[in-house]
Every structure is written in structure tokens, then in C-alpha cells.
Design a protein around this ligand. Structure first.
Ligand SMILES: C[S@@+](CC[C@H](N)C(=O)[O-])C[C@H]1O[C@@H](n2cnc3c(N)ncnc32)[C@H](O)[C@@H]1O
Length: 231
């Protein structure tokens, strides 16, 4: 078994165990994020009725915010207990929840206008983050957008110190690695370019809007010359 295999096995075991236990209490811990959810849904600036995929949706808080804006929303998560909470709350015909792994999304390429992931990347080792972001990028349409919401650190030194040590108390070691990692590089690796960014909760939360880079057709020097003579 390689180190990455061991890390992957540990991550899946930990995720299922932790979120099975947390599921009944998760929404209570998250009440202070209500404004963040709305702001994140607005950041997509999607037309009403857009197809939205909320990856690692948990109990569905972010998915509900997108559905409230009239979009056609699917939430997907690996932990059944989290999904059960989401399904129990759901009375919206434009919102559904599915069980599945974000590293292998069961959707075709370019199936969604918006893909989003909130407060989940910080819970994953880098190798899993890379696969998840690749999938988020694969299933979003070329003219669609990606919205990422996760922890950040405030700009001022005291704020940084306080937020870091507070969040570290209840998040695991993946958080420590995540918060010091290069999120831009992670996204760029999957062809996602950041077009807009904002913060919430005094800089403790970061919201990113990104688009997928479309591959430019390379023009051979020969055809470029042809084009030139034609004009
Ligand atoms: C901290 S919760 C965030 C839930 C929700 N996105 C929110 O903003 O409240 C992280 C969620 O990621 C899910 N998750 C972790 N790894 C996953 C994977 N590989 N595929 C799908 N869901 C995953 C967990 O089951 C959990 O529900």
C-alpha cells in the first residue's frame, strides 16, 4: 500500500465516522452561516432555473440557498446520515439529494451551469481535493461557473491568530494543511480561473467564483500565415 492509498483509506473511514455522528447536530452548529449561504448563491449570478450541483452538500444548507433562488438543484454527498437530514427538510420540487462520491461524480461532462462546494475541501487530503476539483471542473459547462466556499484567515495579525487557533480546536489536521495551502494553484490545476472573490465573517470565510478555462485551439504557423494573406 502506498502512502497515498493509506491516506485515502484513512480519509474515507474518518469522513463516514465523523459525519455519521455529527449529522443530527450539524445544522445547529451552522446557524451563523445563514448570510454566507445567500451570498455564495448570489455570487454565481446564475439565471433563474440554472442547473446547480452542490458537491459534498451535507445537510443541504448551501443547496437550499440555491434552490430558494429558483434554480434546479442537485446535492450529492457520501454520508447517508447527512443526506437523511437534508431529505427530511426538503419540501422543494426543484431540489433533490443523491448519494455519491465527489471523486467520481455520476454525471456526464458539462452537465451543470453551476457547480459548488462549501466547507468540504478543508476536510480532505490534497490528493482527494485534486480529484474532487477535477470532477467539479469536468461536470460544469464551459460557460458556467464554479463557486467555492471555505475557511480563510483574516488579513490582520490578531484576527489571523484567533481564527486559526479557534478553528483548529474543532477541525482536524487536514484543516491545518488546507489553510496554509495554495487554493488558486489547486483550482488552476483543474483549469479553473478565479474571476471574483469575497470574504465573510470578518475574513474567516472565503467565497470564490471561478470559470473553467476553455482550451484555445492552437493555430499552426502555416494556417496563421494563410489567415494573414486572406485578410
Ligand atoms: C463539513 S461538511 C459540509 C457540508 C455542506 N457542504 C455545508 O456547507 O454545510 C463536509 C461534507 O463533505 C462530505 N464529503 C466528504 N468527502 C466526500 C466525498 N468524497 N464525496 C462526497 N461527499 C463528501 C461529508 O460527508 C460531509 O457531509
Amino acid at each position: 500500500m502506498t502512502t497515498t492509498d493509506r491516506e485515502t483509506t484513512r480519509y474515507y473511514e474518518l469522513t463516514r465516522k465523523v459525519f455519521d455522528i455529527l449529522a443530527p447536530y450539524y445544522d445547529t452548529f451552522n446557524v451563523f452561516l445563514r448570510g454566507v449561504r445567500r451570498k455564495a448563491a448570489d455570487l454565481a449570478r446564475a439565471e433563474r432555473g440554472s442547473k446547480v450541483l452542490d458537491v459534498a452538500c451535507g445537510t443541504g444548507k448551501q443547496a437550499f440557498a440555491f434552490a430558494a433562488e429558483g434554480h434546479d438543484v442537485t446535492g450529492i454527498d457520501i454520508t447517508r446520515a447527512m443526506l437523511e437530514v437534508a431529505v427530511r427538510k426538503n419540501k422543494r420540487p426543484n431540489l433533490r439529494f443523491e448519494e455519491g462520491d465527489a471523486t467520481r461524480l455520476p454525471y456526464g461532462d458539462e452537465s451543470f451551469d453551476v457547480t459548488t462546494i462549501s466547507f468540504a475541501l478543508h476536510d480532505m487530503p490534497r490528493s482527494i481535493q485534486e480529484r474532487v476539483v477535477q470532477e467539479i471542473s469536468r461536470v460544469v459547462k464551459a460557460d458556467g461557473c464554479v463557486v467555492i466556499v471555505d475557511y480563510a484567515l483574516p488579513k490582520n495579525r490578531v484576527g489571523r491568530f484567533l481564527v486559526y487557533h479557534l478553528v483548529k480546536l474543532y477541525e482536524g489536521d487536514y484543516y491545518v494543511k488546507f489553510i496554509h495551502s495554495d487554493l488558486e494553484a489547486l483550482l488552476a490545476h483543474s483549469g479553473i480561473r478565479i474571476t471574483e472573490e469575497c470574504t465573510a465573517l470578518a475574513g474567516a470565510v472565503r467565497m470564490i467564483r471561478g470559470v473553467r478555462n476553455t482550451r484555445k485551439k492552437r493555430t499552426s504557423p502555416k494556417s496563421a500565415r494563410k489567415k494573414k494573406t486572406r485578410t
